[in-house]
Ligand binder design. Structure first.
Ligand code: HEC
Length: 504
């Protein structure tokens, strides 16, 4: 019965039948209607002006944070990614393009210009960089284009084709993992059903050239955002729970996605509660559903997420992920519409509001989609309803310092004592392997990088290199390195002089 109502709703939407009928008949609320208009037709609200933002009481943030409207000219902004030069890419599925917001060099809190990077795409959503390429997940394929000095160069090439883009959750998200592989999340075609294409409602994994595709994890209804925890490389993904089982069931999920695991959909919802429409899982003998790591409130629609590097932040922000909650479309009172922080503590994951205020008593001002930390340690949030990107920062002096500014002479006063007693050749070999293992080259040797490690030994000493590893600043991840491994990497990076000197 509920399935039928849902199908009917989708049909009516597709046919464009008078939506007022649905509202009057009480099937959906007026605010849900606006949300549907936003999702289906891209109809949104006015972007906030800069005067409206900041600390004027509309948006709530934790103490010490300020919000700026970084862009108010980006209708339907979805996913975000920083280029190696610090410009911000924004994907816009409904416009079929990926645009670039030039870095705010004049410091007025706004981007310095908007340019189109690639257009003519079919519903591009997920974007990421890997070894000089910009990768884009479209509705039915993944493509890539060379990216250098802030521009796409050469032809856009398809590397994964033949994906299906029918049904509800056609958008696809991609990211490169710490293992250098391309991860692709694809949502289900439906609210609840058995998929014909077994790749739907899964997380897949590919080689960077698109070969070697495999299903990594299943039963993920619509995992739009995902990221790896910097402390143990755990892959966490948001997942949107099914609709039409009431206002408060089931939870939307955060899952720790591990290879081969099944996350329940369509047979189980919430904490592995059997689905009322589906009956028993026919594959029950071969699989048991994995419980979510965290439950968001039902219909809050968690989308983009990111683990943040918070060592330069004041306040209680250790081991934190930020998650954008797009907000409900089928709840009697609208809910979500905010960015929450997830605090990974010894006793579990604690959810707190980070950026809220978009829901003014049911009047919706914005819908967060993606959240990302910039090279300036600030957090950027896209909003496809208001067509905006917000920048959230702490007013700590020096925090906005750019990458180039920080590699000024940090040579140690004197060499650390352990150097004299170490086998530098063996350490450099180990260091080289670690450098390879963590794919440091993906950032430090990518085309157009501003953080090349060439000539590092003229700028940094051993202690400074170890410190950059131990207190890595975003976007550089914090790697789970032991003290010895940090030293090994330092030796590797600071040779050749030291190696050849060591024999004398
Ligand atoms: C995701 C991209 C990324 C990866 C992967 C990465 N780094 Fe970095 N790294 C950066 C960025 C960006 C900076 C500059 C950060 C800043 O100054 O705020 C940096 C800074 C450094 C610095 C300090 C350089 C300087 O001149 O100040 C060292 C040393 C370094 N990285 C080593 C490594 C090593 C070793 C690895 C692999 C274990 C690695 N990085 C992996 C992005 C990355």
């Amino acid at each position: 019965m509920k399935k039928l109502a849902y199908a009917l709703l989708v049909l009516i939407l597709l046919l464009g039948a008078p939506l007022a009928l649905l509202v009057n008949s009480g099937v959906i609320s007026a605010s849900s209607l606006k949300m549907i208009a936003n999702t289906q037709f891209g109809i949104g609200v006015e972007s906030p002006s800069i005067d409206e933002s900041g600390n004027n009481g509309i948006y709530q943030l934790p103490p010490g944070f300020t919000l700026q409207v970084y862009a108010d000219d980006v209708p339907k902004a979805r996913f975000l990614r920083f280029t190696p030069l610090g410009d911000l890419l924004v994907s816009r599925p409904h416009k079929g393009d990926v645009i670039l917001l030039r870095e705010d060099k004049n410091g007025d809190g706004r981007h310095d210009g908007l340019e189109t990077v690639v257009d003519g795409l079919n519903r591009p959503q997920g974007i990421d960089f890997h070894q000089g390429w910009l990768y884009i997940a479209e509705r039915e394929q993944v493509g890539r284009v060379r990216f250098d000095k802030g521009r796409a160069i050469g032809d856009y090439e398809s590397i994964i084709t033949g994906l299906t883009g029918d049904g509800n959750h056609w958008s696809k998200t991609l990211r490169f993992g710490p293992d250098g592989k391309l991860y692709l999340a694809q949502g289900s075609t439906c609210n609840v059903c058995v998929e014909e294409d077994e790749r739907r409602a899964t997380m897949m994994r590919f080689n960077p050239d698109g070969s070697g595709g495999e299903i990594f994890a299943t039963g993920l209804r619509n995992s739009v955002g995902f990221d790896w925890s910097p402390w143990d490389n755990g892959l966490y993904a948001t997942d949107n729970g099914r609709d039409l089982l009431g206002d408060d069931f089931p939870v939307c999920e955060l899952n720790l996605v591990e290879e081969g695991n099944f996350y329940g959909w369509p047979y189980f919802n919430d904490n592995n509660v059997p689905d009322p429409d589906m009956g028993p899982d026919p594959q029950a003998a071969n699989r048991t559903p994995t419980s979510p790591a965290h439950g968001f409130k039902a219909h809050n629609a968690p989308l983009g997420m990111t683990f943040v590097e918070t060592s330069t932040w004041k306040g209680d922000f250790e081991r934190v992920a930020l998650v954008a909650l797009h907000g409900s479309w089928n709840r009697s009172s609208p809910d979500g519409y905010k960015v929450v922080s997830l605090h990974f503590t010894n006793s579990g994951i604690e959810e707190r509001d980070f950026l809220s205020g978009f829901n003014q008593d049911g009047d919706i001002l914005g819908r967060p989609v993606d959240v990302l930390q910039g090279p300036d340690a600030a957090v950027y949030v896209s909003d496809d309803y208001a067509g905006a990107v917000y920048r959230i920062s702490q007013e700590v002096s020096g925090l906005q310092g750019n990458i180039a500014g920080r590699s000024v002479n940090k040579l140690d006063e004197q060499a650390p004592p352990w150097l004299a007693t170490s086998n530098l050749t063996a350490m450099a070999t180990e260091g080289a392997q670690l450098y390879q293992h963590y794919n440091c080259a993906s950032c430090h040797e990518s085309i157009g990088t501003t953080v090349s490690l060439k000539g590092l030994n003229e700028r940094l000493g051993y202690n400074a290199v170890i410190e950059s590893l131990r207190e890595a600043r975003a976007p550089m991840p914090l790697f789970p390195l032991t003290e010895l491994q940090q030293k090994q990497i330092a030796v590797y990076l600071l040779q050749p002089e030291d190696i050849s000197d060591s024999g004398q």
